[in-house]
Design a protein around this ligand. Structure first.
Ligand code: NAP
Length: 247
């Protein structure tokens, strides 16, 4: 990575944080201190939290109408300088990461792919009208190291792993298209490290002490990584410490 990119403190325009879970909320807090000139917009599918620093918009990433509405709302006003998608799904009612083949269900594969794989690239499509060919921007989406095929030495978690791997391929493909159409774009897939949020809560017991990040710390790591990237690194899969993760 080179250090020749403008520092976050100088970024201007709009930043969109998609999803208001643990890491999404941490990113909003971190951006408000590190990039004070950015106008913060965030999405949630719940009641937005109180406060005036952030403009909240409703979004369910699995709903095309909702994505279209977001795109139309953001096409008004200044172009996006930064988009970070933090929406993800690992477990929920009737959805548990599989330990073995016998636990695999079509419904779980479909739900995981809808949120973890299809949504990020459809989000990019919905937001194209809010991007500028003339100004630099980052489009980043949270992936996970377990989505790396080359790094998969443990097995299990079929749906989540496969959906994150599919996201990686879809956004890598997007990065190649945007290299021609938006030459100043930087598309990134980011692994935040294991972070203490609702998503990881049932799986934290075996995480070594010191390896479980707070959402705030994870957010600062992710911004550090983005700050060091530019269009020439578009299409990369990066860990929280800036190291490349194999596909
Ligand atoms: N935490 C970790 O250790 C870890 C490790 C590797 C990768 N990641 C990735 O990091 C990202 C952020 O995760 P997190 O730890 O911050 O988890 P989190 O706190 O559970 O946040 C995930 C967010 O996704 C939202 N979401 C799920 N389905 C949605 C939908 N259909 N439409 C709109 N929003 C939806 C959830 O909304 P609701 O609150 O409304 O349910 C929640 O706010 C995820 O992509 C995850 O895979 C996390």
């Amino acid at each position: 990575m080179t250090a020749t990119h403008p520092p976050l403190s100088s970024w201007q325009g709009r930043a969109l944080v998609v999803g208001s879970g643990g890491i999404g909320a941490g990113l909003l807090r971190a951006l408000s201190t590190r990039a004070p000139a950015l106008e913060l917009v965030a999405t949630t599918r719940r009641q937005p939290p109180p406060g005036e620093e952030v403009r909240w918009l409703r979004l369910d990433v699995t709903c095309d109408t909702s994505l279209d509405r977001l795109g139309r709302e953001l096409a008004q006003g200044p172009p996006l300088r930064l988009v970070i998608n933090t929406v993800g799904l690992l477990h929920g009612p009737e959805l548990q990461p599989e330990k073995r083949l016998a636990q695999l269900r079509r419904s779980a594969l479909e739900r995981s792919f809808a949120v973890n794989a299809f949504a990020p690239v459809l989000l990019a499509q919905a937001l194209e009208a809010a991007l500028s060919r003339q100004s630099p921007f980052h489009f980043a989406s949270l992936s996970a190291r377990v989505g790396s095929i080359g790094d998969n030495g443990l097995g299990g978690w079929y749906s989540y792993r496969a959906a994150k791997a599919a996201q990686n391929q879809l956004l890598r493909t997007l990065a190649l298209e945007w290299r021609r159409r938006y030459p100043l774009a930087c598309v990134s897939l980011l692994h935040p490290g294991t972070t203490a949020t609702a998503l990881s809560a049932p799986f934290q017991a075996n995480v070594p002490a010191g390896s479980l990040f707070s959402p705030g710390r994870a957010a600062h790591h992710l911004l550090d990584v983005l700050e060091g990237l530019g269009p020439e690194q578009s299409g990369g899969f990066w860990a929280w410490n800036g190291e490349r993760i194999p596909w």
